[in-house]
Design a protein around this ligand. Sequence first.
Ligand code: ATP
Ligand code: F6P
Ligand code: MG
Length: 533
Amino acid sequence: MGYSSSSSISSSARLSTPKFRCFDPDQFFSERHSHSSRPSYVSMRPSSSENSIPGTPTNYEPKIVTGEAGYVLEDVPHLSDYIPNLPTYLNPLQDNPSYSVVKQYFVNEDDTVAQKIVVQKDSPRGTHFRRAGPRQQVYFESDEVHACIVTCGGLCPGLNTVIREIVCGLYYMYGVTRVLGIEGGYRGFYARNTIPLTPKVVNDIHKRGGTILGTSRGGHDTSKIVESIQDRGINHVYIIGGDGTQRGASVIFEEVRRRGLKVAVVGIPKTIDNDIPVIDKSFGFDTAVEEAQRAINAAHVEAESFENGIGVVKLMGRYSGFIAMYATLASRDVDCCLIPESPFYLEGPGGLFEYIEKRLKENGHMVIVIAEGAGQELLSESMRTMEQKDASGNKLLPDVGLLISEKIKGHFSKQKKMTINLKYIDPTYMIRAVPSNASDNVYSTLLAHSAIHGAMAGYTGFTVGPVNGRHAYIPFYRVIERQNKVVVTDRMWARLLSSTNQPSFLNPKDVIGERRKEEPKTQLLDEDKPYRP
Ligand SMILES: Nc1ncnc2c1ncn2[C@@H]1O[C@H](COP(=O)(O)OP(=O)(O)OP(=O)(O)O)[C@@H](O)[C@H]1O
Ligand SMILES: O=P(O)(O)OC[C@H]1O[C@](O)(CO)[C@@H](O)[C@@H]1O
Ligand SMILES: [Mg+2]
């Protein structure tokens, strides 16, 4: 079934007629583009990209609206798309003394957020997402809402803040009192107990690392999960997790929609790896980068205190090297940063060993930061074939920090007969088990609020997050179709290379080939997209 929007009713009529909440193109284009021609509707699958993940479950047609000058809205599903005649209610926030002072507190129904904000005179307007925020009309009455929250995947600073702010936001903004915490990730829906969450229960949890709900990998049984949602009478499902979790949320949404349930399914992106595309960055990332500074500082102190001291620090980042890159850029004590996106080699001219020798001669010590997914090409054939996976199907990687440390020691002691003092620091879990810092706390609060407003307004099947600093509702398929990666031909990686002076390990021919590719594959690296939560 494809989505389509066909109603043409004025906004005042829509306030009192609780029928359609789909994007209304007639109104949009008559009010804002009075000279424009009628937009055309297309229902299309997004094209796959280089980092796309095979088997991504998107069995529904995306809801896409096109407009003038190349405007495209990749809209999110709405409960009224598949449930007719849903009543709407005035948003209780309009009587809330804290919020009533805000001029234009409610988001205009037609507001959208542009994905690309650096444009030229003649460039098409491009892709947009629906702007997040409170709507004047909501699709749930306060006492009708029965919400649940689940956290899945690895830990991330800020998980407890998001939980807290969903509970408090629902309570204080919308008067919702029934919120359940699902214990232990997806499998908790059918195999574990639930925890009733109130503002009192969650009051100071943001000061703690981890998640008060517990988390897990694997255990996603869609029909059991949806049955549990149905049996418990849950109608708001807030799912906090990384790329795998968002894929799980997408199939839950599809099943909910197939069963015709009035249940809003909302994803809140979580990952210290920052590997979720479209959004500016994920919560917890800043905190993790900050925490990584401690390990790098320690490595630097150790390295500079010994003759030919080398400090090696391994940081998380299974497929994307954002933490390593940002921690390196922030520190300025790092001489070499190795990430999965930039294959490197050890021996010969331009290789890592040659560079280490040069740095030791120049400076007497050096610090190397390596992301856990880097250097996989250095693994022996046998190590690669005995690939192991975790319960969610993610590759379990051998300890590349240890491997590289051993190789460096072997090279300098056996081949170069040179004494080096290498200290290997692996702070892996330390950078994600901490509570979130101040800026991640504020960011997590906004995410929780955007999620709540979207669910109350009847939107579903979306992930919430900032796009160019403006919070938006992004259809699941856009955040699960590929992973966000460091682009090694972008300016930020160039800045890193210039700050460390390390070799690029790149063949100049590859660089020219990369430059020809038009679309930037990541948001963080586009310097024209500042992060403004
Ligand atoms: N394709 C999928 N369909 C349904 N469920 C999935 C899918 N991929 C992952 N999941 C479920 O999502 C949950 C979390 O997945 P995963 O362990 O990959 O972590 P994540 O959400 O990617 O977080 P992170 O990698 O940042 O720690 C698991 O319970 C897993 O079973
Ligand atoms: O050991 P765990 O809990 O599976 O988590 C490790 C993984 O979690 C992450 O931080 C996020 O996916 C990865 O960088 C890392 O490989
Ligand atoms: Mg993941």
